[in-house]
Design a protein around this ligand. Structure first.
Ligand SMILES: *Cc1c(COP(=O)(O)O)cnc(C)c1O
Length: 468
């Protein structure tokens, strides 16, 4: 369109007030807050103006403007953080929110959030208390540690511990443990942000005690061990046990810290899984400080837990950075309720969703898969090929690297669309169903599908398959 032809079009664009007036008589806008309405109208008119200038639009009509405004309002009024169905089989899926909270944790959040609490009041003395008191004793009981503190997350716990114990000193770490956890947590970066100087020792696959010993200078402030949470080095490897490092630390008066990542409080080898390091093992080995996540294998809320020797934890509590990383009361409520369950391991494994899903037997997944398949077979209209397949779920969340959990899944080869199109449309549904594609089949993994969600999957599938 020649430039002179655009001018009348631009001039004919109605003003915000005019469109606002029109929305008054339109039911679609009856409950839209004015602020949302005005922003949406502005956005739509701006976009139209751009489209006219770029020759993408050569006519303007009011109905179109109102329809676009309604769509924009709808989009703005839809909550952004939404619950969805995790049919991927990845139990601790960081992108999908990691651990699901147990019932006790949910109830406790509700109780503490709706009322005043003794968050920082010592009721016995009437004086100010510390928020960590709610969980410190419990964590010590469960791990054998002398003292404990919980903060915002494990990345924060590592930052805080390093900053407290080793600021302006050299921290000795094996090259095989300079890990990246994803989502921008890299051990060397956290170390420099905490004011420590990284001293790498050993090689990627092999590090010996003498490597640590030879690295010791007058500037050495800490030996750090980092658990290889999300990868595994296999073959010709060697690493130094925590006990040996603790003993070397004693000789040189150097404290030892271990970042366990997703440390656990239960021994998974009792449930047919490989043994992940127990927090109590690291405490017993004599580490001065051990850090781990609240929402990985522990199955609680996002938190970072620091346990260790009394003296080290006291120093951490006194660090001003602690205030910036402090745990909030809702998290604390969830954490306390979750930790309480660990006093009876049977209950913990039954009631903490993460533990329940990880320890779910193959037989149980067979039962669940059969029941899901049956529900899907009741869908009206042409569906495609529904079948059972013995595949693997994954623990995820930087735990049990390389471990596969044998699981019977339900697979679907849709009749009328590609598997990729099905996956996309299920993902864009409300609620979103997130699943995986394997061997050109849409795979629904019962291990992470929560009880009651089978019917949501089936009704969503019915809608998606019925829409051309
Ligand atoms: C996951 C992980 C972290 C970070 O923990 P967040 O709770 O996610 O902050 C740090 N270190 C290791 C080894 C981890 O596996």
């Amino acid at each position: 369109m020649p430039p002179h032809a655009k001018q009348p079009l631009l001039k004919n664009l109605p003003g915000v007030d005019h469109v606002l007036e029109k929305t008054r008589e339109d039911d679609r806008f009856a409950t839209v807050p004015r602020q949302v309405l005005v922003t949406s109208i502005r956005t739509v008119l701006d976009r139209l103006r751009q489209d006219i200038l770029m020759d993408k639009k050569n006519a303007v009509d009011e109905a179109f403007i109102l329809t676009e405004t309604a769509a924009s309002c709808r989009q703005k009024l839809t909550p952004k953080l939404l619950s969805l169905v995790n049919a991927t089989g990845v139990v601790l899926h960081t992108n999908l929110g990691r651990a699901l909270l147990c019932k006790d944790a949910l109830e406790n959040i509700q109780k503490i959030a709706a009322s005043y609490s003794n968050l920082e009041l010592n009721v016995a003395t009437g004086k100010r208390g510390l928020r960590y008191t709610a969980v410190e004793e419990l964590i010590c009981e469960l791990t054998g540690a002398q003292a404990a503190i919980a903060v915002n997350n494990n990345a924060g716990a590592v930052l805080l511990a390093l900053n407290t114990l080793a600021k302006d000193t050299e921290v000795v770490v094996s090259r095989g443990e300079l890990v990246e956890i994803g989502g921008s947590f890299r051990v060397p970066d956290v170390m420099s942000k905490s004011g420590c100087c990284l001293k790498e020792v050993g090689t990627t696959n092999r590090t010996h005690l003498k490597d640590y010993r030879n690295a010791v200078t007058e500037h050495t402030g800490l030996f750090l061990k980092v658990h290889a949470s999300n990868y595994r080095i296999e073959g010709f490897t060697a690493s130094v046990e925590l006990e040996a490092l603790v003993s070397l630390g004693k000789d040189h008066d150097i404290p030892v810290m271990e970042d366990l990542g997703s440390g656990t409080l239960v021994d998974f080898s009792l449930y047919g899984l490989p043994r992940e390091p127990l927090v109590s093992d690291s405490v017993a080995a004599g580490a001065d400080v051990v850090t781990f996540s609240g929402d990985k294998l522990l199955g609680g809320p996002q938190a970072g837990i620091i346990v260790g020797k009394k003296q080290a934890i006291e120093r951490i509590k006194a660090n001003p950075l602690t205030r910036a990383l402090r745990i909030d009361k809702l998290t604390l409520a969830a954490l306390e309720a979750t930790l309480r369950l660990y006093r009876e391991e049977d209950r913990a494994v039954q009631e903490i969703p993460t533990l329940r899903m990880l320890t779910m037997t193959f037989e149980e997944t067979c039962r669940r898969a059969a029941s899901l398949k049956k529900i899907l077979e009741n869908i009206q209209g042409p569906v495609g090929t529904i079948a059972l397949a013995d595949l693997d779920s994954r623990p995820g969340g930087g735990s049990f690297p390389a471990l596969r959990l044998p699981t019977r899944c339900v697979t679907l080869k849709p009749a009328a669309m590609s598997v990729a199109a099905l996956e996309r449309r299920m993902r864009l549904s409300t609620p979103a169903i997130i699943a995986r594609i394997e061997n050109d089949r849409y795979v629904m993994d019962p291990r992470t599908i929560q009880p009651g969600q089978e019917t949501i999957i089936s009704s969503t599938l019915e809608t998606v398959l019925a829409t051309p």
